[in-house]
Every structure is written in structure tokens, then in C-alpha cells.
Ligand binder design. Structure first.
Ligand code: ADP
Ligand code: MG
Length: 471
């Protein structure tokens, strides 16, 4: 291999490393400076574990050695270079500026409304990366994915129209909704598709009212084939806009056009939304996305590293999946933080101690956010065994009620920091009853594998694992 040519693999490695390096810098000034210096690299080549970098002049070579060698090393490692990587930086006296490989900007992944066919009338762009392929399936979201796939197969089928997806923040509602948009757009480029949030709808509505353009506003939304409307909880802010949306909704539904909505709560729990709207929202399919289990969290992290082509040791991904449970967005943030830490300090040993230090903010936030409530536990146990909340709280002692009740006590005791008295009060029982319940379950778990797997399933839908127990 000559110094000036480079095989595609090393070129890819270098391209990724450069964008990782830039991304890892915090200020715009640092980024611009790095871009300037990296721009003065005339060629790179790889020979075994040696990575040679040639620059236009001695000064740049010295500067890169002094200020960037560590970051270059870290970025190359994150991009997939072997750990025994050696970097050599020198000046190329026969420099030819044509060898400069431009740094790819991380932006540009969004499709603007003009960039494709005329069928796309979105107010907001669709993120091209939000596809079904990049969405990891797990027990927490498989029903929602199946429903979304149903919409793609057969838009406006009354079974899925409207499709209402709800769930906590950062669990993938927007991703899944946009996957529907991206997929249908690919299948049928002339389809009139619009993605927006309820807030954008509200703002556009207000502007249209102010400018006397309500007719064209209505025309725009009522001639769609697919309306994707995100975070509809914000409709709570205005009565008029609810009325307007109600009419849009009915017009679309009546002309057999597909509507997909998301919200952070189930339709019936939407605050300040009129009941006639709620019953319309419930008229198709309602699916929830729940907290992902440990396995799903790990699979999502692996998928994210695959997509961005970063090389992060499995043990680090496991650490993140173990410690960040509340939402996927926070996991992604944690992954970026660790990636940047590796770039800044490639020789860092990634023990759980260093990781807990790097991810301190995330973990603290997690702890304050994710306080499992006893009610949540009772409800999940009740659901699992097909009994009601009042069954759990009752004094009835049939075995079919005692098991879910005692399991709920067991989880409350072992997986929250709540005291016996508080647990007893939440169950309306004496605290000796709770102690007895916890003891009974502990005993049964060691010789009843089915009970153990029920427990695992319940914990998983609460976003926990067996090993998360506090003792
Ligand atoms: P929400 O709209 O529910 O608040 P988002 O759709 O914005 O959540 O998801 C937050 C981030 O988590 C996005 O980057 C998304 O790609 C990612 N994400 C969530 N769930 C998954 C999943 N199952 N597979 C892959 N990525 C996911
Ligand atoms: Mg969202």
C-alpha cells in the first residue's frame, strides 16, 4: 500500500474517527480548530497496527502530536482500530492538497420536505434513521411494533385506525411513528404524509386564524393520506384547537385515511381532553410501549453502536443497560458520554468504578427519576395474574389472590427502599402480614421455577432484573 492510497476499510475508519473526534469536543471553537488541523492532513495510511498520518507542514505535525495524539488515538479506537494501534504523525514534503478527505458532517440525515416527492407535506422532517430496521423489538414494545407494521401493510384498515401509541418519555414512540412514515413513503412516494406534533398543529392553527388562512389550513390537513401526530397531550392547552383537531380527525377517518397518534398516557388518562375526542382516539387500536427489559436495553445499545459504528466493549454496554433503565434516550446519552470519555482518554481502564464516575450525572438522575411505586408493583402483579387491584388489596385468602398479593409485597420489599410500615399501609395489612408474605415467596422461589419466571417477567415489565434486588 502506498502512502497516498488507502484501502476502503482504513478510509472508513479514518472518516469515522474524524467525526467522532469533532463530535467529542464541546465548544464550537474547539470543533472549528480541530477541523482546521484535521484539514491539514494530506493523507493517512494503515500498515498493520500502524496508522500513519501525513500533514502539509512541520508545524501542523507538531501541533497534532502535542494536542491531538490522545484524541486521535481514542477516536480511532472507538471507530474500531485494534488496541495495539500505533500512530505516526509526520510532515509530507511532497504534499498534494487533493488528498484531503473532507470531514463528513453529522447533520444532513434529515429529509427536508422539499427533498423528495410532492406527496410529503410534513411540517416537520422525518428522521431517516427512525426505521423499523433500527428499532429493536422486545416484550416491552412488540405489540406496538406489530400494530405499526399493520398500518404499513394496510393503511386505514379500521382495525388500526387510528393507531394510538402511548408510553413514558424516551421509550421510542416518535421513532416508531416516524418508522411508519418512512416506510409508507418508501412504498408509495406520492402518498400525502404529514408528521407533526400537537404543538405545531396548535401553532399553525393560531397563525392561520390570525392571518385569515383557516380554509387553506383545513384543506392541507384534510387532504392527507397519513397524519402522524406526536405528543397529543399538548392539545390539553386549548379548547378551540381540540375542536379543530376533532373535525380534521373525523374528516380523515371518514375518507378512510390513516391517523397515528402518540401520547405519554393512555387516551382515557389524557387530562383536559374532551370525552368525545377520547372515545374517537380509542376507536382503533391503542398500544402501550413499556420500559424495556435488561435484554432489550442491551440489544438497543448494541444496535446504536452498530449504527454509529463505534466500538465499545460489551462490558461497558452491559454496565449502561444495568444502570440506566428509565428510558432509552438516557441510555443513548450515557453511551455518548462514555464514547467521548474514551476519545479523550484512550488509556482509561473502563472498570465499573470509572464508569460510575463518568456516568455519575446519569445515574443520579436515574435514581431520582425511577422510584418504583408500590402501586405500580401491585398493578403489574395484578395484570400478570389477571386479577384486579381490589383483589390485591382485599383480605380474601384464595391461593389465586394470595400469590399475586404476596409477590407484590416481596417486590415492594426487595426492589424499593420502602420500609415495612409503608408497604403494610399500601396493602392495607399488618406489617407481620407483609413479613410473612415476603418469607413465603422467598421460600417458594427456591423450589418453584414457574414462580421465579413469573417474578422475572413482572420485574422485566417494571424495567428491572432479578439481580437488581436491594439485598
Ligand atoms: P419518545 O418519543 O417515546 O419520547 P423517542 O422515539 O424519541 O421516544 O426515542 C428516544 C430515543 O430512543 C431515540 O433515539 C430512539 O431511536 C431510541 N429508541 C427507543 N426505543 C428504541 C428501540 N426499541 N430500538 C432502538 N432505538 C430505540
Ligand atoms: Mg417523542
Amino acid at each position: 500500500m502506498s502512502d497516498e492510497t488507502i484501502d476502503t476499510e482504513s478510509k472508513k475508519l479514518w472518516e469515522s474517527a474524524k467525526s467522532f473526534l469533532i463530535m467529542s469536543l464541546t465548544t464550537q471553537e474547539e470543533k472549528s480548530q480541530a477541523e482546521r488541523y484535521l484539514g491539514m492532513i494530506t493523507s493517512v495510511s494503515a500498515e498493520g497496527s500502524k496508522f500513519k498520518i501525513l500533514t502539509t507542514n512541520e508545524f501542523t505535525a507538531d501541533l497534532l502530536k502535542a494536542d491531538y495524539i490522545n484524541k486521535l488515538r481514542g477516536s480511532l479506537l472507538v471507530a474500531g482500530a485494534t488496541p495495539d494501534l500505533e500512530i505516526e504523525i509526520s510532515c509530507d514534503h511532497n504534499a498534494r492538497s487533493t488528498m484531503i478527505i473532507p470531514t463528513e458532517k453529522p447533520e444532513g440525515k434529515f429529509l427536508s420536505s422539499e427533498s423528495r416527492s410532492s406527496g410529503f407535506v410534513s411540517t416537520l422532517p422525518l428522521n431517516e434513521e427512525y426505521t423499523f430496521d433500527t428499532f429493536v423489538r422486545g416484550p416491552s414494545n412488540s405489540y406496538a411494533i406489530s400494530a405499526a407494521e399493520g398500518v404499513v401493510r394496510n393503511p386505514a384498515n379500521p382495525i388500526y385506525n387510528p393507531l394510538f401509541i402511548h408510553g413514558g418519555t424516551g421509550l421510542g414512540k416518535t421513532h416508531l411513528m416516524q418508522a411508519i412514515g418512512n416506510e409508507l413513503r418508501k412504498k408509495n412516494p406520492s402518498m400525502m404524509i404529514c408528521y407533526l406534533t400537537s404543538e405545531t398543529f396548535l401553532n399553525e392553527y393560531v397563525t392561520a386564524l390570525q392571518n385569515g388562512q383557516i380554509a387553506s389550513f383545513r384543506h392541507k390537513y384534510r387532504s392527507l393520506d397519513l397524519l402522524l401526530i406526536d405528543d397529543i397531550q399538548f392539545f390539553a392547552r386549548g379548547k378551540d384547537v381540540q375542536e379543530e383537531f376533532f373535525n380534521t380527525f373525523n374528516a380523515l377517518k371518514d375518507s378512510r385515511k390513516q391517523i397515528v397518534m402518540t401520547s405519554d398516557v393512555a387516551p382515557k388518562n389524557l387530562p383536559s381532553i374532551e370525552s368525545r375526542l377520547i372515545s374517537r382516539f380509542e376507536g382503533g387500536m391503542v398500544q402501550e410501549i413499556e420500559n424495556p427489559s435488561y435484554e432489550t436495553r442491551l440489544a438497543i445499545l448494541k444496535k446504536k453502536t452498530e449504527i454509529s459504528e463505534v466500538r465499545i466493549p460489551d462490558s461497558v454496554l452491559e454496565y449502561i443497560a444495568d444502570n440506566i433503565k428509565s428510558h432509552v434516550r438516557a441510555m443513548e446519552g450515557a453511551l455518548t458520554k462514555v464514547t467521548h470519555a474514551i476519545i479523550a482518554e484512550p488509556s482509561l481502564l473502563l472498570t465499573s468504578e470509572t464508569l460510575s464516575h463518568i456516568l455519575k450525572d446519569f445515574i443520579e438522575k436515574e435514581q431520582s427519576m425511577r422510584k418504583l411505586t408500590i402501586k405500580e408493583i401491585q398493578q403489574t402483579c395484578a395484570n400478570k395474574y389477571g386479577v384486579s387491584m381490589s383483589d390485591i388489596l382485599s383480605h380474601e385468602r384464595t391461593q389465586s389472590l394470595v400469590t399475586p398479593r404476596q409477590l407484590a409485597m416481596y417486590i415492594s420489599k426487595k426492589y424499593t427502599s420502602k420500609g415495612l410500615q409503608e408497604i403494610a399501609t399500601a396493602f392495607g395489612k399488618k406489617h407481620a402480614t407483609v413479613i410473612n408474605g415476603v418469607k413465603t415467596i422467598t421460600g417458594r422461589l427456591s423450589n418453584e421455577p414457574e414462580l421465579k419466571s413469573d417474578l422475572e417477567e413482572i420485574l422485566s415489565s417494571l424495567g428491572y432484573r432479578l439481580s437488581d434486588s436491594m439485598d
